[in-house]
Design a protein around this ligand. Structure first.
Ligand code: SF4
Ligand code: SF4
Length: 288
């Protein structure tokens, strides 16, 4: 198709969805660029790409069931599945530009100034109906549960989807558990009032008054990759004892951190105990 040919937006959306599915996405959807009013100024689609009309979202590349089962969580620090969605997002951006002739930019997975994402991919996934925010934090897909997302901002007008009518969280099992115990699997695993990070209530089948100790959670999930590199390097530079300094540089954690940055390349939360116990998508994590 020539980039200047007339394009039916609905057909183009279907075609993009088919390309995404064929390339490994489990879900895809579109958020309207003006659906990001809640995002801070500077973190909206038009701030990254002037005249943005749509955000095309893809999701998939979940960790394997075996990854969740492994007692050696360190193996996940040097592996990644998340970057598959980023690679696919780059492919979708190229397709939009080459095939349809519109500008397209991937939302980068890293952080901008203030350690903030350039734009919230979670907000995009939620707005595109590819999943919904959960009490534990990550966007969950009603069938697959936890997965990774990528998103492409484009000037192409695509028919927008809408957020899910019924959010994936809380799952019916969690609603029942909350009725009996005033907690859910994720809150019980990481209770904010007992050394953990998560709290909240369930009312009329929806979670409300969510509480999240981001600072505490960060210390548990960011012990590898760029934040760990910064921490270890800082400590190492302070160390006066040359032998000890050498041990720190050649330590397992520092080596693994370098592996995770150079090989795994995309942040994967390494605690994720709240996700391990989440019933959403459990059937995909349950093998023989
Ligand atoms: S990732 Fe870990 S520390 Fe953070 S909320 Fe989940 S269980 Fe708690
Ligand atoms: S366990 Fe999962 S579905 Fe249940 S409340 Fe927590 S995040 Fe939501």
């Amino acid at each position: 198709m020539s980039a200047t040919a007339e394009i039916d937006p609905a057909e183009a959306k279907e075609e993009l969805a088919a390309i995404a599915a064929k390339s490994g996405a489990l879900v895809s959807g579109v958020a309207a660029a003006d659906a990001f009013g809640e995002a801070p100024e500077g973190r909206r689609p038009g701030d990254i790409l002037p005249h943005a009309r749509s955000v095309f979202v893809i999701g998939g590349a979940q960790p394997r069931a075996g990854d969740w089962e492994s007692p050696n969580y360190q193996h996940m620090e040097v592996t990644t599945t998340a970057d598959r969605m980023q690679t696919l997002a780059l492919k979708m951006a190229r397709t939009i530009e080459d095939r349809y002739g519109y500008y397209a930019v991937c939302i980068p997975p890293g952080v901008d100034y203030g350690q903030q994402p350039f734009m919230s991919i979670a907000m995009a996934a939620d707005a595109a109906g590819c999943g919904s925010r959960s009490l534990a934090g990550p966007v969950l897909h009603p069938d697959y549960g936890f997965m990774y997302y990528g998103a492409v901002i484009t000037t192409m007008p695509l028919p927008a989807d809408k957020p899910l009518d019924t959010p994936a969280c809380p799952a019916p099992e969690c609603v029942a558990m909350y009725k009996d115990e005033k907690t859910t699997p994720c809150m019980k695993t990481c209770p904010i009032d007992d050394g953990g990070c998560l709290g909240g209530c369930i009312e009329k089948g929806r979670f409300v008054d969510r509480r999240y100790d981001a600072a505490r959670c960060t210390t548990r999930v960011q012990n590898y990759w760029v934040p760990a590199f910064q921490k270890v390097l800082h400590e190492t530079l302070q160390e006066k004892d040359k032998e000890k300094q050498k041990m720190m540089l050649y330590s397992g954690i520092f080596s693994r951190t370098l592996w995770s940055m150079t090989y795994a390349n995309v942040s994967q939360a390494q605690c994720a105990e709240c996700m391990r116990v989440c019933p959403v998508g459990y059937e995909h994590r349950n093998k023989k």
